[in-house]
Design a protein around this ligand. Structure first.
Ligand SMILES: NC(=O)c1ccc[n+]([C@@H]2O[C@H](COP(=O)([O-])OP(=O)(O)OC[C@H]3O[C@@H](n4cnc5c(N)ncnc54)[C@H](OP(=O)(O)O)[C@@H]3O)[C@@H](O)[C@H]2O)c1
Length: 269
């Protein structure tokens, strides 16, 4: 029996993974800063209240207790910003790495992001630092770098389209992936055991933002003028070069259009 602790099990990915483990009869529990499961989590998360365990990865409260009897830890807890001089992400990761050697945990799986080593962005630097902490530790691990989930691209396009005129940076690329495809891969990694390596995973298509936004407007029945704006700066230039994509690791899962239809129904004719 492989018992799994999902740290960040209430998040977008964590909820998808918990549903995946539940449907495949894998024994798991969810670590959350919230002491008990509330109604809002029941909407996305099939797990029962008995799988809930209270963990704060910044203070370390509940962490040692949450690891008792656990074989595999899925580290999907995350956040932006800093605590003192250290990134929030590194603090969470370091606290997990310090706790694991005092437990029976055999495998740590960390979800990271494709291209973080080439894209200059503070959150990505924090993810890279976290990966380095894991790789230099004695803990057996697998790191899965995924491309952006559909809901995140949806959020970005929503922001770019919020005014009467849409503003779209030119030439930006993305390879959106359905969160269930990432959850499935994490489930497979739980079964496979530690690989001590970094794996990439991307959605089925690499698309430019113009195409993504055009489909988004069609499925949302929105029609408005769109103004292309130049992609300036090192961050946008890296994304225009496709450093956030991995076409050689594309999975044949749901496409961007499949996601839009699932979310918003049939497109306008
Ligand atoms: N979103 C994407 O497009 C994308 C793409 C590739 C990789 N990833 C990576 O996938 C992972 C999950 O992303 P997501 O979008 O699912 O994140 P999310 O929805 O923002 O969820 C973040 C989770 O972190 C937990 N958390 C934050 N601070 C915590 C603390 N101090 N102690 C314990 N738990 C804490 C939260 O749990 P509680 O609030 O319940 O405590 C929440 O479940 C992240 O590492 C992210 O970098 C995301």
């Amino acid at each position: 029996m492989n018992t799994v602790l999902i740290l960040g099990g209430t998040g977008v990915l964590g909820s998808a993974v918990s549903n995946w483990l539940q449907n495949n009869q894998v024994d798991y529990r969810i670590g959350s800063r919230h002491p008990v499961k509330t109604e809002s989590y029941s909407m996305v998360n099939q797990s029962s209240a008995s799988t809930w365990t209270h963990v704060d990865l910044v203070s370390g409260e509940g962490l040692a207790e949450s690891l008792v009897g656990v074989d595999t830890v899925l580290h999907l807890a995350s956040g932006p910003g800093k605590i003192g001089r250290e990134s929030f992400e590194s603090v969470l990761t370091r606290n997990i790495l310090n706790a694991i050697p005092k437990s029976d945990v055999k495998h740590l799986i960390y979800c990271s992001i494709v291209g973080i080593d080439k894209i200059p962005y503070s959150y990505y630097r924090a993810k890279l630092d976290s990966e380095a902490l894991i790789r230099s530790s004695q803990v057996r691990y697998t790191i899965l770098r995924a491309t952006q989930f559909h809901n995140l691209i949806d959020y970005f396009i929503n922001k770019l389209m919020q005014f009467p005129i849409g503003f779209l940076p030119e030439k930006l690329l993305a390879q959106p992936i359905h969160v269930d495809a990432v959850a499935q891969k994490l489930y497979e990694l739980v079964l496979a055991g530690n690989q001590n390596t970094i794996l990439n995973l991307g959605g089925p298509q690499v698309l430019d933002f113009h195409t993504l936004a055009h489909s988004w407007m069609t499925y949302r029945h929105i029609s408005k003028p769109v103004l292309p704006i130049p992609s300036l700066g090192a961050l946008m230039s890296a994304i225009a070069k496709g450093y956030n994509t991995c076409p050689e690791r594309a999975v044949g899962s749901k496409t961007w259009d499949d996601y839009l239809e699932e979310m918003y129904g049939k497109p306008s004719a």
